[in-house]
Design a protein. Structure first.
Length: 319
């Protein structure tokens, strides 16, 4: 199982008494950045020692998630390492398939934590397949082994870099829950241009090519503006540290959650256009007063503390 590698991490946000330096976590990676970020955020809040497994899709003759869960049984070295694990964390449907198979194999030896609604199993089987389900409150899924959180589990953004205050414009792309177009974007860009702060524009992997072109042109035409390519993670993290204020297109729950985890002002662009779960999430943030103040919402740490309290690292569920 060549996709497994060890990574030692540290999170300063939980006390040493709350976090564990000895618990090992098997982190499943389905190749989707948004899912991986949520899994890592939770894992870094829970413990220091991580082992990551790469999940491959079943296309092009590659290994399926369920097959991946069975591979360690033929490898004594990998099996020994897996049997020393205490917690298995996965996010998304493909990870749910894998964690369900591994839970069946290892049983009570491992605590399985699934982030997001697994969908792949009936609600009546959730307790059987996973020890814990972590589901956004706006998805309205409830159950005895379900912990709800606000928005998305994200890492705490870096603290502001002194003397580099910027207006950070985080843009996703139109979805069924919040539709916006070039006309909407031009209004936001005009408003950003009237602010006193220099602007940093950060699109996402979902941003359409035509919108990317428009953003590049706008950044080139406005002095003091900076454009960050949507695949440049290093520049993106630097931009987070420069932000004095966040403007985020409301379609992206993950980017909104990341901004709201900071101690800086946040504006949800296009909030009035939101529908369904995105509308419910933005309303939650508004009810919590996040758009009126700068008190951070850090759900990864809160959920980690709740899991520790309920015995998720000790092999015993306490509801």
């Amino acid at each position: 199982m060549g996709g497994i590698r060890e990574k030692i991490i540290h999170s300063p946000d939980l006390s040493d008494s709350a976090r564990s330096s000895s618990i090992k976590i098997l982190l499943l990676d389905d190749g989707r950045a948004g899912h991986l970020h949520q899994s890592e955020a939770l894992a870094e809040s829970l413990a220091e020692s991580l082992i990551r497994a790469q999940i491959k899709t079943s296309t092009n003759n590659s290994t399926s998630a369920v097959e991946l869960a069975r591979i360690p049984l033929t490898d004594a070295g990998v099996l020994t390492r897996l049997e020393s694990m205490t917690v298995l964390i996965g996010c998304g449907r493909r990870a749910a398939e894998c964690s369900r198979s591994m839970k069946k194999r290892f049983g009570s030896k491992i605590n399985s934590i699934q982030i997001l609604n697994p969908v792949v199993a009936a609600a009546s089987m959730h307790e059987h397949y996973w020890d814990w389900l972590l589901v956004p409150r706006h998805d309205q899924l409830r159950g005895p082994n379900i912990l709800n959180f606000v928005g998305s589990l994200v890492k705490t953004p870096p603290p502001p870099t002194p003397g580099t205050a910027r207006l950070l414009l985080l843009l996703g792309g139109a979805t069924a829950y919040l539709r916006w177009d070039e006309s909407s974007l031009n209004v936001w860009l005009d408003e950003a241009g009237m602010q006193e702060l220099p602007v940093v524009v950060c699109p996402s992997r979902r941003t359409p090519p035509a919108i990317l072109d428009l953003l590049r042109r706008c950044s080139e035409q406005n002095a003091g503006w900076q454009y960050v390519e949507n695949n440049d993670l290093v520049a993106y993290r630097q931009a987070l540290a420069q932000a004095a204020e966040f403007w985020v297109s409301g379609d992206s729950i993950n980017m909104l959650a990341e901004a709201c985890a900071s101690e800086r002002p946040v504006r949800a662009l296009g909030a009035q256009l939101a529908r369904g779960k995105v509308k419910r999430y933005i309303r939650e943030l508004d009810d919590l007063g996040r758009f009126d103040g700068i008190v951070p919402i850090r759900e990864a740490d809160r959920v980690a503390e709740e899991l520790i309290k309920r015995g998720a690292l000790l092999g015993a569920r306490r509801v």
